[in-house]
Design a protein around this ligand. Structure first.
Ligand SMILES: C[S@@+](CC[C@H](N)C(=O)[O-])C[C@H]1O[C@@H](n2cnc3c(N)ncnc32)[C@H](O)[C@@H]1O
Length: 290
């Protein structure tokens, strides 16, 4: 049986892979930039490691096709062995494509990965790591000299306000203890863009470029989901830090409360305009190791 750290998010591949339309859309838009931003090797023998690969479809559908045809190594990693097994089952492993369990926030990086990669990518995952400095130090250590990273993760998400409200209900409070431990430290930052730039520079990175894009000012998809009720239920079932603590027979009830609370909050922050009930901002960061 897999052991879960108190702060480790538990995301089930069977739910995530059918409920990640927003993440796929954002990644697809942003990855268009990747080709021109990453410093590809002249000999095309690039190696790339992806962190928090999840169900693997973003990596394999969007990044894999961009790799030079002589690439030497593509490694998809995730803290969840269930996700890694899902990737292994769904995407063939070969000499140069592998999937491995790896915690981005680990204190002890496996020796065989250190200094092995020309590129590090990560989509929608780094916000789960409480110690972002450690995560960035690890990214630095994974890279070869001259290597670079492209990181995309949430700086804010309205679901946290929703969880704050739902956790006040005495019925759900016991299952949502320490819920704030799951919120990224950047969620509390006044200036996540500058704060993350500093973290990258302090780790030794150069050419640091960090943008913060929001999904409600046309910088990202303003996701108007025709069947958003079903879609959001699927999403918050799939990506939910505490649902594994709630008895299965109560899952539909708590998801219903989460969705209704999210709709109320969304309507308030959206001037009564339904259609977008999740507002969020993404950090998109590029940096290079000298
Ligand atoms: C929302 S999914 C993103 C998956 C994929 N990158 C995508 O864009 O669709 C977040 C993933 O991060 C993983 N994750 C959470 N904390 C992690 C950590 N400390 N190290 C590595 N992966 C982590 C989760 O298991 C999950 O698979």
């Amino acid at each position: 049986m897999q052991h879960h750290d108190a702060r480790q998010v538990v995301i089930k591949p069977k739910y995530y892979s059918v409920a990640n339309r927003v993440q796929r859309y954002d990644a697809q838009q942003i990855i268009k930039e990747l080709l021109s931003v990453l410093q590809w090797r002249l000999d095309e023998k690039d190696s790339l490691i992806d962190l928090g690969t999840g169900s693997g479809d973003v990596l394999m559908d969007f990044i894999y096709p961009l790799l030079p045809k002589n690439f030497t190594k593509l490694v998809g990693t995730d803290i969840s062995s269930e996700m890694v097994e899902h990737c292994k089952r769904n995407y063939s492993q070969s000499e140069n494509v592998k999937f491995k369990v790896l915690d981005i926030g680990t204190e002890i990086l496996p020796k065989e990965l250190i200094g092995e990669f020309d590129h590090v990518t990560s989509f929608y995952s780094i916000h789960w790591v409480q110690n972002q400095r450690l995560a960035v130090d690890n990214i630095y250590r994974l890279l070869k000299s001259g290597g670079d990273c492209f990181l995309v993760f949430l700086s804010t998400h309205s679901i946290n306000e929703t969880y704050d409200i739902v956790s006040l209900n005495p019925k759900w409070a016991p299952y949502m203890k320490n819920i704030k431990n799951y919120y990224s430290p950047l969620f509390r930052s006044k200036d996540p863009r500058s704060e993350f730039s500093e973290i990258l520079k302090d780790a030794g990175f150069v050419d640091v470029k960090v943008a913060e894009l929001s999904n409600y000012s046309n910088e990202l998809l303003h996701y108007v989901i025709s069947s958003f009720f079903v879609y959001c239920t699927d999403t918050y079932r799939a990506v939910n830090p505490f649902i594994h603590r709630v008895p299965v027979e109560m899952h539909e009830e708590i998801l219903d409360e989460i969705i209704h609370t999210a709709i109320e909050l969304g309507n308030e922050s959206n001037n009564g305009n339904p259609g977008c009930i999740a507002t969020y901002k993404l950090i998109v960061a590029y940096a290079r190791k000298l």
